[in-house]
Design a protein around this ligand. Sequence first.
Ligand code: DGL
Length: 272
Amino acid sequence: MGKPRILLFDSGMGGLTVARAVAKQMPDAHLVYSADNAGFPYGAWKEQDLVKRIVWVIGALIARVKPDLVVIACNTASTIAMKELRETYPVPFVGTVPAIKPAAALTKSGIIGVLATPGTVNREYTHSLIHTYAFHCKVFLHGAPRLAEIAEQKLRGHKVDMDELRNEIMPVYRKRDGGRTDVVVLGCTHYPLLVDEINEVAPWAVSFIDPSAAIARRVADVSEETKLHASGEGFPAHGTVLLTSARGSASETLTAYGTMGFPRHDVVDLPV
Ligand code: DGL
């Protein structure tokens, strides 16, 4: 069996947290990362427009990369577009949705925070995860308008504005009936990049749920189940990032991708 060629996709750099976990789990995989930077941030898009956008962009990327497996390393996209993607393209997909189930299993206080984008917190899918797995818990869902952008800025080497960060996260730190939030779900793949800073401004310590290692295990299982046998050779080469607009190719952005294991880049010109 050759190396599986895996296409990882996000609106921006958040999916790099998943890519990092996949690289650790499957050191031989041929990884190509793609960011729809022309459409970033996805959190603010209208649902139907976003589904169309994602199906179109993924189509162009599949034609270009010819992946054996596609990882939608974005909660905002996965909670809305997985069905359409699977119906449209025959390649196997692995998605990323807020880790409500493990949070409900871990909490002692029964009070859980979910930090995600404004899009993800509005999804029916997210609410149904809560009804199914955390019906016995008090769940504080917060759509953070700027958190993904703050994470991107940090990766580009900019200083994090700690006051702004505090405002973005505070709504999930809550007290109820003598208890308080003890588990926070990182429901956007950008947020694990900010865990140190969040800990600095948070009013108390919590356990964070970062699902990237679990997603990487799922990617490895699907690769195995589907008996992938691509050669892993050819273009785009391992470690390439494909951007949908040249506006993301400023040197600090490319350096950020390089430090996360994607030193080459190319632009698939797909403006919004
Ligand atoms: N990284 C994405 C997620 O997991 C979304 C960031 C955005 O485009 O708003 O939801």
